[in-house]
Design a protein around this ligand. Structure first.
Ligand SMILES: Cc1cc2nc3c(=O)[nH]c(=O)nc-3n(C[C@H](O)[C@H](O)[C@H](O)COP(=O)(O)O)c2cc1C
Length: 314
């Protein structure tokens, strides 16, 4: 099923599936594989130095002819340079998170670069639409990484009612039944992060993939509430230490302990003292397979779910 929506038209992709831009995790190999599989791959720029992001963009261009994006984290100190690079390299689209992209909107739009803004609330979605976002990605608190307060189930339909631009549902989506559910709520696409961590082409350390495969339903925890920047991770030694600092209300110590821990996990494979960012749906990830197969499988499942629904609700 091709399942064409306004999102597939805006991005020029076959299937309405975005691979979430994940810092230290979503590199050119994964991004290209997702694009070649008909979805939208997104490089997670995070705090990446400008030179490294340039290399990643060029590598992705060498591995696929398909459109791909870059996730820009607005709070990174050298965001001006990263935004300029995206303009110079004419990346087809960007997703934005953690801060306000208003300053960059005119230049991005002028260059024909589509902008999809990650939002945790209705108010922010409206603001992003008003500054020219092409779509909003509503991210529920089931998601891996930094989260807001609302669940995907509750956030998605409210966004659909509040904005005219297409809404993409993110957070907790790992299979086709959930894609169908997101569409039933009015979404025109989904963004998946945790599921793609276990794509064969994802370059994170094997220890992390194994940890995701072993995860059970209640294995994630949210730490960092005391800092105002809560993060969902798989429980481990680090998360227990962070939890204690949260309870003791020591946000500065918590920030300090958390610094550099995502790279330690994803690149060096330390799944005890590294930050194993992953969503609640980690429990649903059961195998490592090529990104194109993940996309084909969830689309088939979604199609089957739509067909079955007719029979179930007579
Ligand atoms: C390891 C990891 C790193 C992430 N890094 C970022 C990031 O740098 N920027 C961002 O906007 N979202 C980031 N996210 C969120 C994803 O882009 C995506 O929205 C989320 O994973 C969707 O929820 P799911 O994990 O339940 O599929 C990250 C998620 C994970 C699991």
């Amino acid at each position: 099923m091709a399942l064409r929506t306004r999102l597939t038209d805006i991005l020029g992709i076959d299937y309405p599936i975005i691979q979430g831009g994940m810092a230290w995790t979503a590199t050119a190999e994964l991004v290209a594989a997702v694009g070649n599989g008909g979805g939208a791959g997104v490089i997670g720029a995070g705090h990446m130095p400008t030179d490294i992001l340039r290399e990643e963009i060029r590598k992705a261009k060498s591995l696929t002819e398909k459109p791909f994006g870059v996730n820009l984290m607005m709070l990174t100190p050298h965001i001006d340079d990263l935004a300029q690079l995206v303009l110079d390299e004419r990346v087809p689209f960007v997703t934005t998170g953690a801060g306000n992209p208003a300053k960059y909107m005119p230049a991005l739009r002028e260059a024909g670069i589509k902008v999809l803004c990650v939002v945790p609330s209705v108010a922010l979605a409206k603001r992003m639409e008003s500054i020219g976002a092409d779509a909003v990605i509503g991210e529920g608190m089931e998601a891996g990484g930094h989260i807001g307060e609302l669940t995907t189930m509750v956030l998605t339909p409210q966004l659909v009612d509040a904005v005219e631009v297409p809404v993409v549902a993110a957070g907790g989506i790992a299979d086709g039944r959930q894609v169908a559910a997101a569409f039933a709520l009015g979404a025109e696409g989904v963004q998946m992060g945790t599921r793609f961590m276990c794509a064969a082409e994802c370059t994170i350390h094997d220890n992390v993939k194994e940890r995701v495969l072993k995860a059970k339903d209640r294995d994630t925890i949210v730490t960092g509430y005391s800092t105002g920047h809560p993060v969902r991770v798989l429980k481990n030694k680090l998360s227990r230490q962070l939890e204690e600092l949260d309870r003791a209300n020591k946000p500065e110590e918590l920030e300090k302990l958390g610094t550099g821990k995502l790279a330690l996990c994803m690149r060096q494979g330390d799944v005890e003292m590294g930050s194993v960012m992953a969503g609640q749906c980690a429990a649903m990830v059961e195998d490592i397979r090529p990104a194109a197969e993940i996309i084909a499988q969830v689309m088939t499942e979604a199609e089957e779910t739509f067909a079955e629904l007719g029979g179930r609700v007579s």
